[in-house]
Design a protein around this ligand. Structure first.
Ligand SMILES: [Zn+2]
Length: 298
């Protein structure tokens, strides 16, 4: 029996790791999953007043949120099928938006013992290609959106910002209704799990129905994920939008003026409350200061 027992123990371990699901959590935690980085651009290309001599490698990330009442991805970053959709871009945008170091969120989750079915839903900050790229890797999961987001993407969406292929297929798009409860300078909000830990607000401007999310961690650390209202912390600190020529080339913002109003609101919030960490979706420097999967901010 002994040889069998010796053999069986590692086998059991192997089986349990194959079957193991994501751990249960008793309080909120958050982890950044880097899925790719941009091939590089001068900082002056990503924020007005940025330096030409500073090279930026903007990040494409998914953010894993684990809460006792649900586990979800805020944005998906880039995924297995992004290249196919990306190839539909013209040469100029393929060059400007080139990316490298692709490592889809699904692969990283599975390497840590999670399964796609451990995720309950996807909450994209907005429906641009670089935030939805991993969506096809999670078939069947509902996607939470604010009113107007899907209509804009499907009706007016054009490459390079929106890639129609990513919006196709059978999927439940679940509309979020914000309450008339003001929060941190925003008129309406949604306390996602009704415990004050995760609060959603409308950041329309960059796109219709862009979602911002406040994250209040048990440690007292507080974050505000602002999607693409600004690509950089520098833009928030100095209240500087993206350069105008970037808008000309790639039509980055659906409503540039409204996005500037949102940026100003976040800039003022940052002045009033400097302990609130503002997290632009693509700022690789801010992201480097946060726990990366499989480690967590708690
Ligand atoms: Zn983006």
């Amino acid at each position: 029996m002994k040889p069998l027992a010796l053999f069986a123990a590692p086998l059991l371990l192997a089986c349990s790791s194959l079957l193991s699901a994501a751990p249960a959590v008793d309080q909120l935690r958050l982890s950044v999953i880097p899925t790719a980085s941009s091939s590089g651009a001068a900082e002056a290309m990503v924020v007005s007043g940025g330096r030409w001599g500073t090279q930026r490698h903007l990040l494409h990330a998914a953010v894993l949120i684990e809460h006792p009442q649900g586990r979800f991805l805020f944005d998906t970053g880039l995924g297995h099928e992004t290249a196919e959709a990306f190839a539909r871009n013209n040469w100029l945008n393929r060059t400007l938006l080139a990316y490298e170091n692709l490592n889809p969120a699904r692969d990283q989750l599975e390497a840590a013992g999670y399964q796609a079915s451990d995720i309950d839903f996807i909450l994209p900050s907005h429906l641009h290609w670089d935030h939805l790229g991993g969506l096809p890797d999670f078939p069947g999961l509902p996607v939470l959106i604010l009113p107007g987001a899907l209509e804009e993407a499907k009706t007016h969406g054009e490459p390079p910002a929106f890639l129609a292929e990513q919006l196709e297929g059978e999927r439940e798009w679940r509309q979020i209704e914000l309450d008339n409860a003001s929060y941190n300078g925003f008129d309406r909000s949604l306390d996602l799990f009704a415990d004050g830990t995760l609060v959603l607000v409308d950041l329309s401007g960059h796109t219709a129905g862009q979602v911002g999310m406040f994250v209040n961690l048990p440690s007292g650390k507080r974050l505000f994920l602002i999607g693409d209202t600004s690509w950089t912390e520098r833009g928030v600190e100095q209240n500087k939008p993206r350069p105008v020529f970037v808008q000309w080339i790639s039509h980055v913002d659906s409503d540039r003026e409204r996005n500037s109003e949102q940026l100003k609101r976040i800039h003022e919030l940052h002045q009033r409350d400097p302990d609130l960490l503002i997290v632009p979706a693509h700022d690789e420097v801010v992201a480097a200061g946060l726990a990366h999967f499989p480690h967590f901010e708690e």
